[in-house]
Write a protein of this length. Structure first.
Lengths: 328, 315
């Protein structure tokens, strides 16, 4: 596939990546609830069914069957890409990821594999109820055998989907629906698939290192820009791949920012992946002083936008807390 | 006819004696952990696997030793797996309840009730797209009929007209509890017909009946007829696990089951057909020798090496 730059929003980037993989990788299938003729509840998979026949199809509202058939098809050599419409819906079928997909390679000693991709989206958006707002990446990060990515830009949405399809492990790619219809940007398509992993330095500054992922990255970058204007330059490392996680880049950066580390995620604080990042840096001996976790407090997510906003960190709160850490 | 029945009896003995030897290896402490035996249910795997083609695949449950053996998994590697030996079918990573032998089309036991049923549907889906047209057979117990994943998988297969045979071994016990106490409608086949899947309740103690039924249904499924459901009426001669004292079962019931079970029945039928007792005894002794030899070899095999315990988590 020739390299080409297209101008698309996040949703269009995912669609382009899926189209490329369906074209280039004949083992791929794409299915899930409403993904074919309706084009997906968020329109991300629009039009694909027209060009790929019965390799793109709609399924019953049966998450265990969607994930379980993907495991079985992957064991037999297919590369299914399936959609779980909301990450919250994963929870009715977690068996198929944690007990099933994650064990295929290990228990068979590598004679069987489960190279499937699960697309989903998560997080709060105005008015979303408590069962459509959770950030669940830590559940999958606690499960050896799974790969997890959370892109936040159209380019990463494209690149990571391609990498996920070519990856020989089960990969969960978690979008945030508030990103789907953002601004159109130039996206380079057609490059060779990159291996899973890696991180993205988004800002550079010596006051401290901020590690973040997912949609809240954009709020962190706003906060970083505010702080830069106040002569508090911070380094922001976005880690769209959470497994494999670029621990080395984070430790290296913390060493270069006086041992100061903050992690920011939209998931709940307790047992969130931020706690793991802090621990890895501490174990490496790179941490100086107190670390900072900025996360949703351990609460349920209320539907009313002004109530949810009271829990989910915005750029002002992130900037204030980072400034406090920089002064400490 | 007699030759076929004798061959079936030998195949069922291999499974029965494997399970009996496994019991003694549990009691001696050589095998650790929960072990679920299929003693009394041997006709299902012997009959059904006899009707499958090369390339067809089987997905079973934790009571699946018999299905692995009927698909061709070697006895020594099966014992070795239960014993935690390097030579086990999964090098000791699967154990009794979660082993697989993909080289033989045995895609695995599953220690989550009903957990492997959707995998079979996915394997059939793959077969539609890879040109193999493979048939997938998934076997599960009566208890799995009350699992959501099983119903989801059956409806998915029906929706997509996939060649999947859903085989329910009804041994009347969902682990330790009678299935009749856990349902209002005891006709489990109604679950399948409600989804548009043709369903049959057949004699689960006759390898011949099972083989003929599965052969017919497999042919129909391969020709595009979609999935089918078969309930095998059978019995478990032992507890849910080795060591289960079965306080929930009466002595009369067990005696009745001992008369109905497929190995004793096959011996009776062969005798009635005029096969000399000495011939039957010779066949039994030959299988026993094979099983004992396999167990002895597995016991002498090296233990799984912890040096590799973190390999194959990722590709």
């Amino acid at each position: 596939m020739a390299e080409q730059t297209v101008t698309v929003n996040y949703s269009g980037a995912v669609n382009a990546a899926l189209r490329r993989c369906l074209t280039d990788v004949p083992e791929t299938l794409l299915y899930g609830e409403d993904v074919a003729r309706p084009g997906g509840v968020h329109g991300v998979t629009r039009g694909l069914w027209k060009d790929f026949g019965d390799r793109v199809f709609d399924t019953p509202i049966s998450e265990s069957a969607i994930l379980g058939t993907a495991v079985g098809a992957a064991m037999m050599g297919r590369r299914p890409i399936v959609e779980i419409m909301w990450a919250d819906f994963f929870l009715v079928a977690l068996d198929q990821m944690v007990n099933q997909a994650a064990n295929v390679r290990y228990v068979s000693g590598g004679r069987l594999t489960a190279p499937l991709v699960v697309r989903t989206q998560q997080g709060n958006s105005p008015g979303a109820c408590a069962q459509h707002s959770q950030n669940l990446e830590a559940i999958f990060l606690h499960t050896p055998g799974l790969r997890v990515a959370m892109p936040s830009t159209p380019q990463d949405a494209y690149d990571i989907m391609v990498s996920a399809v070519y990856c020989d492990d089960p990969v969960i790619v978690i979008d945030n629906r508030t990103l789907y219809f953002g601004a159109k940007e130039p996206v380079v398509t057609g490059r060779p698939p990159a291996p899973a992993g890696g991180s993205r330095p988004r800002r550079t500054g010596d006051a401290l290192t901020v590690v973040t992922w997912g949609a809240i990255t954009h709020r962190v970058l706003e906060a970083a820009d505010q702080l830069a204007g106040r002569s508090v330059p911070v380094t922001v490392i976005e880690t769209p791949w959470l497994n494999p996680f670029d621990t080395a880049a984070v430790i290296d950066s913390v060493n270069r920012t006086g041992g100061k580390l903050a992690v920011v995620h939209e998931a709940n604080a307790t047992a969130g992946f931020g706690a793991e990042v802090v621990t890895r840096v501490a174990e490496a001996g790179a941490l100086r002083g107190r670390p900072l976790r900025i996360a949703v407090p351990d609460a349920r997510i209320p539907a009313a936008p002004q109530l949810a906003a009271a829990l989910i960190p915005d750029s002002d709160r992130i900037a204030a807390e980072l400034a406090g850490l920089a002064r400490s | 006819m007699r030759e076929r029945l004798l061959a079936d009896l030998r195949a069922m003995w291999r499974i029965r004696m494997f399970e009996e030897k496994t019991t003694s290896l549990c009691q001696s402490g050589d095998i650790k952990g929960s072990v679920h035996l299929c003693s009394g249910q041997e006709a299902g795997p012997v009959g059904a696997c006899g009707a499958l083609a090369d390339g067809d695949v089987v997905f079973a449950t934790y009571r699946g030793h018999g299905w692995a053996i009927a698909k061709g998994a070697p006895l020594r590697a099966m014992f070795a797996e239960l014993l935690g030996r390097a030579t086990g079918v999964n090098g000791g990573r699967g154990g009794s309840a979660f082993l697989s032998a993909p080289e033989y089309g045995f895609l695995g036991e599953n220690s989550i009730v009903g957990g492997g049923v959707p995998h079979a549907v996915g394997a059939a889906l793959a077969g539609r797209h890879d040109g193999s047209g493979r048939l997938a057979l998934t076997v599960f117990g009566d208890g799995a009929m009350n699992q959501g994943a099983v119903h989801e998988a059956m409806n998915f297969a029906a929706m997509a007209d996939l060649p999947v045979l859903f085989v329910c071994e009804n041994n009347r016990y969902s682990e330790l509890t009678p299935i009749r106490d856990m349902v209002r409608n005891e006709r489990l086949t109604d679950r399948a017909t409600a989804l548009g899947i043709p369903a049959y309740r057949i004699d689960g103690n006759s390898p011949a009946v099972i083989r003929d039924t599965v052969a017919d249904l497999a042919e129909a499924a391969r020709e595009g007829g979609g999935p089918a459901f078969v309930e095998l009426t059978t019995q478990r001669l032992v507890g849910h696990y080795v060591g289960d004292v079965q306080q929930y079962r009466g002595r009369d019931e067990l005696e009745e089951d001992m008369r109905a079970e497929p190995v004793a029945r096959a011996v009776r039928e062969l005798t009635e057909a005029g096969v000399p007792d000495a011939d039957i005894a010779a066949a039994e002794a030959a299988v026993r020798a094979e099983v004992e030899e396999a167990a002895a070899a597995a016991l002498a095999d090296p233990p799984a090496d912890p040096a590799g315990v973190r390999e194959h988590i990722y590709g």
